[in-house]
Each structure stands twice: as structure tokens, then as C-alpha cells.
Design a protein around this ligand. Structure first.
Ligand SMILES: [Zn+2]
Ligand SMILES: [Zn+2]
Length: 312
């Protein structure tokens, strides 16, 4: 009897494994929600077709200011895993989790990343003429250094492995492949930017989204500041910033994909500086745009910076 059980049990187990495998071919192992487009790309790189992936904030959109929809509530309610940036980037998150009644695992991808304090305790967004202060004692834009992106994808692979052990080797293989892509990207960025002389390494951007980039790659970005919370970006304020520009050897002014370029164009005109193009700060482009993946985004930003900052 003991012998019979020993012979038959492995057979039963392998039949169960087979039927689970068959079910998995039709339906993904994990339902995953990403809070915004950059995390969506990371999740896609690691999860491939083992996961069903939904993103809350779409391409070219501002996550800081986003208002969730009923479709978002439904997606979060059904999710196994919700991937977020954290550091108060997703201001809508607490309300969304509560409204959905979701018991999904919430994974904060900036955990274990190298995080910069914000000396001002937050940063300004300019919406039309309005300066809106976004309080965040730690700068949330951590994905703008590739070494932090490595931490994001490592956290994603760990979360997927924990929730879907049968897929773990696939997630780890995807992570290894993508991690090599990111390492090559990091090297390329350093190599290209190293060609810029000291006098051509300062620029104006529309909001303070690039501190991690400047910290990692040795550029300096200035951004317009409001005078106080919810204040207008007054003429006096822009004039104050322009004094700074002349003192600080600014070479160009860049728009960003998630907001209107009106204010930075005004700054460029008044300071007689060239507009250097559009940088992708807090969101990818759509599929037809120049930055549909994180890697494409970083390469496009570097090409845009190099084309405007390379000495004439
Ligand atoms: Zn913000
Ligand atoms: Zn931002």
C-alpha cells in the first residue's frame, strides 16, 4: 500500500500541474495595476504575458494632479498587485484604494532606492498661470536616474515572484535581461553627456522633475518657483528667476511633455535663451511618440539635451 501511494502520488501531482499550466495559457497569472506609464513599462518588461496589466495615469499625463475615474476604481478592486512610486507622487492613491475596497498588495517601488530630500519640502507645478505647490519632503522623481530604475524593476520582480511562484524563474530571467539593457543605457547616458563642457551644463525646466538626473549625470536644472502656495506666477517672480539665469550660465530652456509650455516660453523670451525642445519628465509618450518606453524616454531626453547644449 505504501509503495502504491509512492508510485501514484507523483502522477497525480503532475496531472494537477498540467491542468494548472493549461489554465495559465489562457489567463494571466497576476492582475497588476501600475500607477503611471513609466511603472507600466517596467511591469511589462518583467511580467510579459504572464500578467494582465492596467495603468491608471496614461501617457503625457501628470500623475501629481490626476483624478481617478470609476474604471480605475474597478481595476484596483480586481488587482492582485498595485505598483506605485510612493514618496507622495500619487496623491490620489489613498482615496482610490479606499473607494475600491481592494485588498491588493501595494508595492512601493522607491523602497531601497537612493532618495533625495527636497530642500524646499516640495516643488511647484504650473497649471495655466497658477503655481501649485506639491508638498513632498522627499523628491518623488526617483526614476530619472537609471540606477534607481534598476531598484524599481528589482522590487517588481520580487513582488511578482512572491505572488506567483510558478512564474518566478520567468520574472527573474526578464529582470536579468532588462537589467543589462538598463546598465548599457546608464553607460551611454554618461558617455554622451561627458562631451558637454562645464559652461554648457545648466538649463531651465518646467518643474523640478530632474534632480535625480542632475545628481546622477552632472547637469544643473533650474525650475520656476511660485511665491507661496497657490500663488500666481507673477511677472516679478519670473523676473527674479531670470536674474538667476544670467548669473548661472543657463544655455537653454526646455518644455516638458506633461504640462503647457507657456511659462517656459515666456522665460526663454524674456531671458533671450533658446527653447531646447521637450523633455519627458513624469510620463512616457503614446506608442506613436518618441518615448513609448523608459529606455526610449531616457535616450530621447539625452538626445534633446545634447542637441541644445552642445556648443555651437
Ligand atoms: Zn509634483
Ligand atoms: Zn513631477
Amino acid at each position: 500500500m505504501g509503495l502504491l501511494r509512492a508510485v501514484f502520488t507523483p502522477l497525480l501531482v503532475s496531472m494537477a500541474a498540467l491542468s494548472a499550466g493549461a489554465a495559465r495559457a489562457n489567463e494571466p497569472a497576476l492582475k497588476v495595476v501600475a500607477s503611471f506609464s513609466i511603472i507600466e513599462d517596467f511591469a511589462n518588461q518583467i511580467g510579459g504575458d504572464r500578467i494582465a496589466l492596467t495603468s491608471i495615469v496614461g501617457p503625457d499625463s501628470d500623475t501629481h494632479m490626476y483624478e481617478p475615474t470609476p474604471a480605475d476604481v474597478k481595476a484596483v478592486a480586481q488587482a492582485d498587485i498595485v505598483l506605485i512610486n510612493g514618496l507622495m507622487f500619487e496623491g490620489f492613491l489613498a482615496r482610490l484604494i479606499e473607494a475600491s475596497g481592494s485588498d491588493a498588495e501595494i508595492i512601493t517601488l522607491t523602497d531601497n532606492a537612493e532618495i533625495l530630500q527636497d530642500p524646499q519640502g516640495g516643488h511647484y507645478h504650473f497649471i495655466g498661470d497658477k503655481a501649485v505647490f506639491h508638498a513632498a519632503p522627499e523628491d518623488p522623481h526617483a526614476w530619472q536616474s537609471v540606477s534607481n530604475a534598476q531598484v524599481y524593476v528589482s522590487n517588481i520582480a520580487q513582488a511578482f515572484c512572491a505572488a506567483d511562484t510558478a512564474g518566478c524563474s520567468a520574472y527573474e530571467a526578464n529582470q536579468q535581461r532588462y537589467s543589462a539593457t538598463l546598465a548599457a543605457l546608464d553607460d551611454d547616458i554618461r558617455e554622451q553627456l561627458s562631451a558637454l563642457p562645464e559652461s554648457r551644463r545648466t538649463a531651465v525646466v518646467a518643474h523640478h522633475a530632474f534632480r535625480y538626473f542632475e545628481n546622477a549625470y552632472g547637469l544643473t536644472f533650474l525650475a520656476p518657483q511660485g511665491m507661496s502656495t497657490e500663488s500666481e506666477a507673477s511677472a516679478a517672480n519670473v523676473a527674479g528667476l531670470i536674474d538667476d539665469l544670467q548669473a548661472q550660465q543657463v544655455s537653454a530652456v526646455f518644455a516638458e511633455n506633461i504640462s503647457s509650455s507657456r511659462l517656459v516660453e515666456q522665460i526663454a523670451t524674456e531671458a533671450e535663451l533658446p527653447m531646447g525642445g521637450t523633455l519627458y519628465s513624469d510620463a512616457l509618450s503614446g506608442a506613436a511618440g518618441p518615448a513609448p518606453t523608459y529606455e526610449a524616454m531616457m535616450r530621447y531626453n539625452v538626445a534633446t539635451l545634447m542637441s541644445a547644449l552642445t556648443p555651437p
